[in-house]
Design a protein around this ligand. Structure first.
Ligand SMILES: C[S@@+](CC[C@H](N)C(=O)[O-])C[C@H]1O[C@@H](n2cnc3c(N)ncnc32)[C@H](O)[C@@H]1O
Length: 337
């Protein structure tokens, strides 16, 4: 192992420890991604189409092996080193996502811009069950930073549409006659992400993996993988954890490479990738936070009112998931989202 100029490590020969071959090939490597990623041939060749990175936040979490309480300077050096190896692995049309809390988002944005990546969105993953506190406002978000190698990137908006508020709340006919090719009543999600199945994966969640208290929801990775890669593309997660990225990439027919520091986590993640996702075929949903503005067949179909009693969807969001208008309203106005 040798150190590179950025303080990372490279030049290690590595082999995947777990390989899942039913469908698109998925590989799991064990080790420090700063050393492992540059040693994987596809990464060294810069052919990764999509990277999703959810690194340790340095919040003193009891990871199986990783020390999650580094001195700040050391954590930042670590961060810049893994960012750099990921940037080098990215293909010309590739995208890179980083899931990161307030503490480090700014440093990462600046670093990736300096590395020449182009910022597409600064999304927020919003959840309702943050840690209670009296000393400051309760944290209820993580940043989902979306960068691309260049302006020409893989982007599949039609894969990730959701039901428009104009349909589910306001019955606005403009949304039923879009002129930009978007199907009636649908729109792209906004850049704040929440809703049914979007909560933190707590103990009573069907998705929950043992011994992993910072697992991301499947719907989050489904959105990222669908929007930013095509079947057959190569997806990399340098911090595999419980394997959520691998599960969704593999289920959606993408080739996958995951790197995980803990051999125990890696083994469990590989098994999870082989089993596949828990959530299937949920379909486009509404993320409306207000009930329908008037009564009527559509309002009744959309439940317009009480909070959901489903503990897994208890996001404080009205239960409009899966709500669809059967007969679109006649178009009277110009199209709108
Ligand atoms: C925040 S968790 C990832 C959670 C994952 N997104 C999921 O949904 O389960 C971070 C993971 O990175 C692993 N890790 C920490 N440092 C690492 C490193 N230098 N190289 C590879 N993996 C590392 C930890 O063991 C932990 O499992």
């Amino acid at each position: 192992m040798k150190r590179d100029a950025a303080g990372g490590v490279s030049g290690v020969e590595v082999r995947p420890v777990f390989v899942i071959e039913d469908g698109a090939r998925a590989e799991v490597y064990i080790g420090d991604s700063r050393a492992v990623v540059p040693s994987i041939p596809e990464c060294a060749a810069g052919t990764v189409d999509l990277i999703f990175a959810d690194p340790p936040f340095n919040w003193n979490r009891a990871y199986d092996k990783w020390d999650d309480a580094l001195p700040e300077e050391e954590y930042l050096a670590f961060t810049y080193a893994w960012l750099d190896v990921c940037v080098s692995a990215l293909s010309p049309r590739g995208s890179m996502w980083v899931n990161i809390p307030d503490d480090w988002a700014a440093e990462i944005v600046v670093h990736l811009k300096k590395a020449g990546l182009h910022m597409v969105n600064w999304c927020i993953w919003h959840y309702r069950f943050g840690q209670n506190t009296q000393a400051r406002f309760i944290s209820s978000k993580v940043h989902a930073l979306y960068f691309a190698r260049g302006a020409d990137r893989t982007w599949n908006p039609m894969e990730v549409l959701e039901v428009s508020d104009r349909r589910s709340i306001y019955f606005d006919p403009r949304t039923e006659s879009k002129r930009d090719g978007t199907p009636a009543g649908m729109r792209l999600p906004m850049d704040v992400w929440y809703g049914r199945y979007w909560g933190r994966i707590q103990g009573n969640n069907k998705e929950r993996m043992p011994d992993h208290d910072n697992q991301l929801p499947e719907v989050y990775l489904e959105r990222v993988v669908r929007a930013c890669s095509n079947p057959g593309d190569l997806v990399l997660d340098p911090f595999l954890g419980s394997g959520t990225t691998g599960v969704m990439a593999h289920a959606l027919g993408r080739r996958f490479i995951g790197v995980e520091y803990s051999d125990k986590n890696a083994e469990r993640a590989a098994a999870r990738i082989g089993r596949g996702p828990i959530r299937r075929g949920e379909g486009p949903q509404s993320t409306a936070i207000f009930s329908a503005r008037r009564a009527g067949p559509r309002a009744r179909a959309g439940n317009g009112g009480a909070f959901s009693e489903d503990p897994e969807s208890a996001q404080g969001v009205l239960p409009l998931a899966g709500y669809r208008v059967k007969r679109p309203l006649r178009a009277r106005h110009r199209s709108g989202a």
